[in-house]
Write a protein that binds this ligand. Structure first.
Ligand code: FAD
Ligand code: UDP
Length: 371
């Protein structure tokens, strides 16, 4: 008999397993249907000895000291600031769009924030109510830059026009008038020094935690006794798709190992205007590894495959709310994480959500003693 069964060994499940095992001294079985822990953050050394991310590039960034303090129990860090170039026409220019981008793209010599701001204002289209992912961009940079940087990429990535997606999607990528070409501006921009998987191994290394891999919840629930459940898989699947499928966008990853030291000048190059893939990432920039070989990943968006991205649109949120009502009525079950709460969350947000859920558990769920 386990005190807790946790479905999914990604950030949501692993943080809760660690907290419950250490702080409540209770027995936890954590299961994952994949053959490894760490969920989508899973990284590994490939045959050429290069540390790569199996499910696409994962860059850690957060403004929360508390989340960094918590994860620092399980890893050391290396500083890393992510920079991305976009292939636009025949040029490689920085994204987020900033003053350097404008100067490079239009052969300009904008010298100050004010000049860049005036340039963007002269192109921006007024939008009365900013609702969609198109509105957000067009109202800031105008239609031409929107079409070059955002329309094609978004159509590929989501299979939808930006006008059909909530504003929060493209609002993830800011526009700047200065020359800051970093992808993120968070106070903490760091990568686990020995990789994500090693961090998860240390998180889960506790005598109260048993790990079962290649194991689906549907099988385990038949054979295992447990008192409470934490579920971090897709919420619609938990309820046997009772109200229909919640849309999740998927990706096909093509990993390539190359016998050369480097492939591209920065970690990620985006292809908003051409190609079937959205971006190519070269991991050595993220990890700082030195090696005569390098590994890159192409991301091909797909409607089918593992669920990776909840699709932020009002009608999907509506459908999620119906599942959420079922989840709220479920006794002794906690739904946590990107798939179970249908939120386009970054890793730090999932850690924050899991730590908050743990605080609620501490307040509301007594530590029972064995009969
Ligand atoms: P997951 O990591 O998805 O873990 C859920 C686990 O549950 C999975 O391992 C799954 O196999 C398992 N599971 C599901 N159903 C069952 C079942 N029935 N039985 C058993 N096991 C089950 N975030 C960032 O902060 N920075 C980034 O740069 C970044 N890049 C990303 C790039 C890509 C391509 C993707 C897809 C995501 C990226 N993210 C990034 C987001 C990040 O991956 C998530 O925030 C985080 O992994 C979510 O953790 P989770 O535990 O909620 O879910
Ligand atoms: N986006 C875009 N062009 C780009 C980069 C991003 O249109 O060059 C849009 C696209 O809709 C994407 C969203 O902005 O899905 C968020 O980008 P981000 O890089 O945060 O995506 P993630 O890393 O989460 O896949």
């Amino acid at each position: 008999m386990y005190d807790w069964l946790i479905v999914g060994a990604g950030f949501a499940g692993s943080v809760l397993a660690e907290r419950i095992a250490r702080e409540r001294d209770q027995r936890v079985l954590i299961v994952d249907r994949r053959p490894h822990i760490a969920g989508n953050a899973y990284d590994r050394y490939d045959d050429a000895g290069v540390l790569m991310h199996q499910y696409g590039p994962h860059i850690f960034h957060t403004n929360s000291d508390a989340i960094v303090d918590y994860l620092s129990r399980f890893t050391e860090w290396r500083p890393y600031e992510h920079r991305v170039l976009a292939r636009i026409d025949d040029k490689l220019v920085p994204i987020p769009i900033n003053r350097t981008t404008l100067n490079a793209l239009y052969d300009l010599d904008l010298k100050t924030d004010e000049e860049a701001d005036a340039f963007l204002r002269s192109r921006a289209e007024p939008v009365e109510e900013i609702r969609t992912s198109e509105d957000v961009v067009v109202s800031k940079v105008g239609r031409e830059l929107y079409e070059k940087f955002f329309r094609g990429y978004t159509r590929k990535q989501w299979g939808l026009d930006p006008s059909e997606l909530d504003k929060s999607v493209t609002a993830r990528v800011p526009t700047r008038t200065n020359t800051d070409d970093r992808y993120f501006t968070d106070t903490h921009q760091i990568m686990p020094k020995h990789g994500y998987t090693r961090m998860f191994e240390r998180m889960l290394a506790h005598p109260n935690i048993k790990i079962m891999l290649n194991a689906d919840f549907r099988e385990v629930r038949e054979t295992t006794k447990f008192r409470r459940l934490i579920y971090t898989g897709p919420i619609d699947e938990y309820f046997d798709f009772r109200f229909g499928k919640l849309p999740y966008r998927s990706l096909r990853f093509e990993h390539k190992s190359l016998a050369q030291e480097t492939f591209q000048p920065v970690a990620t190059v985006n292809y908003p205007m051409t190609e079937a893939y959205t971006r190519i990432t070269e991991y050595k920039h993220l990890t700082g590894q030195t090696s005569p070989n390098t590994t890159i990943t192409y991301e091909y968006p797909s409607a089918t495959g593992d669920p990776y991205y909840p699709v932020p649109r009002p009608e999907n949120q509506e459908l999620y709310r119906r599942y959420q009502a079922l989840a709220n009525a479920e006794e002794n079950v906690h739904f946590v994480g990107r798939l179970a709460t249908y939120r386009y969350y970054n890793m730090d947000q999932v850690v924050g959500q899991a730590l908050a859920e743990f605080r609620r558990i501490q307040e509301n769920v007594p530590v029972w003693t064995a009969p």
